[in-house]
Design a protein. Structure first.
Lengths: 211, 456
């Protein structure tokens, strides 16, 4: 069974390259292309692709808002951001908007097809460059404790250390110790990266983070 | 002495004026008093001399010298002439007028008041005419001689001819009025103007254009001052707008360049990477070609990363995500780049206009750099919260701290633009920036922006 893919990007050369990437995979089929947000929405509504690859910056309507629109319309389409922005905050914003994947445009053909397959199966895919995976060098991945998981979830919802301490009735110092341990276990350098890695490893579900 | 010269001069002019008035008044009173005394002794003299003559004549003839009326009256005419305004009357005990010169219409009043013998009194006739009047008994005859002089007729001209106290008084009054005018229209407005000028903040305050209670010269001075001050304010305004324009144009330019790089070369090189990868996948017989393609891909990927970093440096696209997330991203990047611990706490969901977000963002960027570079801090806390109607951003560090100068422009003069630029950015959006010592001994940078204020 082939996965029907849609591609929206305002840059023709980028589209050409990605088109060729997809064409190389037998189980993937490109059902439409658009160079701006408005055109993209029309085609998505008409074609109802399985996966929609969306550029964040596009004329007409940006990718994040398009993802939100897809989420709101309950179409059986999985939005995946395909962008040049490597900011982790964009990843969070995209995930909140309903995207199930975040890939940089410098993605390799293998990664792209893997990402499409993962999200089509209902999974979540984040580019290695925005959330480094275990294979990228961090070997000692351990499971988080229940308390650590709780702390991470609260932190992900935007609570400060002080607020988390208040909610969990522990000291602020303990919260910071937990966070440091979480970073260490996941190989994260900061809160956002810890969240993204936790998502990537399936330690927390996207729904838990977004509420 | 010279400091209070105007007041001293005013007082100096006022003293002679006041004394002139007092002198004039005293002179006038003294004059009237003298006149009164003169009039009294005059009428008493007349009454007495007539009485003695009447008595003499009586003792000689035992008759009332009615027959010799003309002769009796002669001495008076001889002595006084006709110019003396007064009269003499002879009355009996019942008050009947036996003899009189002129109209003795004031006589009945005398009866009303009772007759003080031998002393002069002042009475007023029914017409309001004032007299000095004296009665004197004429020896054994039982008659009385009453002599009177009219104030209007005698003293009136005398008073009129002795106006010096009035003149002095008038002069004094004139002087006093001049002093008051001098004070009200010259000295007081001059002092007000002086105070205004000494406290005037050039480029900020504008004094009143006109002072209607001042003399022409001061009004003109005020107009000139108003004009100059307005010019200074306009220049300051222009300067501020100029600096604002520079900042705005710079930011616009930076974001335009970042956008251009992102939409142009970054996409082109990305597409190039795709093509290289496709070429590699399709394969080639020569292994040297594969190595070259791999090198080309590596180079292109490096270029993409550099361009991304350049875009972030120039104008981070993720500023669009709002202050909270932009601060998170900035903190994560800066902590990685500068090796410093940065915590971000955002306690408000407040949506800020893009230019305010940018200003806050740049302040944090600059502050963190300063904390590390100058303060050698190892930890920086960024807090964004709401205090009533004010959005507050605080950046504190655990560095060495420093004593901030009162005026950031001083630092700019010395070549340290950072703080001056931060302060400038805040003032351009209508906010404020304060720098002080943090409780930990490091530096505290605090920005406030009124949520109700709309930014240009």
């Amino acid at each position: 069974m082939t996965i029907r893919v849609f591609l929206a990007d305002d840059h023709p050369l980028t589209r050409a390259g990605l088109r060729d990437y997809i064409a190389k995979e037998k189980d993937l089929e490109l059902v439409g292309e658009a160079s701006d947000g408005l055109e993209a929405w029309k085609i998505i509504e008409r074609e109802k692709p399985d996966v929609a690859l969306l550029d964040i910056r596009m004329p007409g309507e940006n990718g994040v808002s398009l993802a939100r629109r897809i989420k709101g319309s309950s179409l059986p389409v999985v939005p995946v951001m395909l962008t040049s922005f490597d900011a982790q905050q964009y990843v969070m914003a995209s995930l909140r908007a309903g995207a199930r994947g975040y890939i940089l445009k410098t993605v390799t053909p293998e990664e792209l097809s893997r990402a499409i397959r993962v999200v089509a199966r209902g999974g979540l895919y984040l580019d290695g460059e925005v959330a480094r995976s275990i294979e990228d060098g961090h070997s000692a991945f351990e499971t988080l404790s229940t308390r650590e998981r709780e702390v991470l979830l609260h932190a992900a919802r935007g609570l400060s250390s002080k607020e988390i301490a208040g909610v969990l009735i522990i000291s602020e110092r303990t919260v910071q110790t937990h966070l440091a341990s979480i970073y260490d276990k996941l190989g994260a350098r900061n809160k956002t990266e810890a969240m993204l890695l936790a998502l990537k490893y399936g330690i927390v579900a996207l729904e838990e983070l977004i509420e | 002495m010279r400091r209070h010269l105007l007041i001293l001069l005013t007082v100096a002019i006022m003293i002679p004026s006041l004394s002139a008035i007092l002198l004039g008044g005293a002179g006038l009173i003294q004059h009237e008093k003298t006149m009164k005394m003169v009039a009294r002794s005059y009428v008493v003299d007349i009454a007495e001399s007539f009485a003695s003559r009447l008595d003499l004549s009586w003792s000689r003839t035992r008759t009332f010298p009615l027959a010799n009326r003309e002769r009796f009256m002669r001495p008076r005419q001889l002595t006084w002439g006709l110019s003396i305004p007064g009269w003499v009357a002879v009355v009996d005990v019942q008050g009947n007028i036996l003899l009189s010169t002129g109209d003795a219409d004031a006589l009945p009043l005398l009866w009303e008041k009772g007759i003080p013998i031998g002393a002069a009194i002042e009475v007023e006739s029914r017409e309001g005419e004032k007299f000095t009047l004296a009665a004197y008994p004429a020896g054994e005859t039982g008659w009385y001689v009453v002599a009177a002089v009219s104030w209007d007729k005698l003293l009136g001209p005398m008073l009129r001819f002795s106006r010096w106290p009035i003149l002095v008084g008038m002069t004094g009054l004139l002087g006093l009025i001049s002093v008051l005018a001098l004070w009200k229209w010259l000295v007081a407005p001059l002092r007000v103007l002086g105070t205004e000028v000494s406290t005037l903040q050039l480029g900020k305050d504008i004094p009143e254009e006109d002072d209607p209670s001042a003399v022409f010269e001061i009004r003109r001075l005020r107009q000139v001052l108003h004009h100059l001050a307005r010019g200074a304010v306009e220049r300051a305004e222009l300067m501020k707008r100029y600096v604002g324009d520079i900042v705005r144009v710079q930011e616009e330019e930076r974001s335009r360049i970042a956008r251009d790089i992102h939409d142009g070369p970054l996409q082109d090189v990305t597409a190039l990477i795709h093509q290289i990868r496709l070429a590699r996948m399709e394969g080639t017989e020569r292994s040297g070609d594969l190595v070259r393609l791999e090198n080309a891909e590596e180079g292109a990927r490096h270029a993409v990363n550099e361009m991304r970093a350049l875009c972030d440096e120039l104008s981070p696209p993720w500023l669009d995500l709002g202050l909270s997330q932009a601060l998170d991203e900035l903190a994560e990047r800066l902590s990685r780049y500068l090796g410093v611990e940065i915590s971000v706490e955002v306690n408000t969901e407040e949506e800020l206009p893009p230019d305010v977000t940018l200003a806050f963002f740049r302040v944090v960027q600059e502050s963190v750099h300063n904390s590390v570079r100058h303060g050698e801090a190892s930890r920086v806390n960024v807090r964004f919260f709401r205090e009533g109607e004010v959005a507050v951003l605080e950046v504190t560090d655990n560095g060495k701290g420093f004593d901030p100068p009162a005026d950031f422009e001083e630092l700019r003069v010395r070549g340290h633009r950072g703080l001056a630029n931060m302060s400038e950015r805040m003032s351009l959006i209508g906010g404020e920036l304060e720098v002080s010592k943090s409780p930990e001994g490091g530096t505290l940078v605090r920005c406030s922006w009124w949520l109700t204020s709309s930014s240009a």
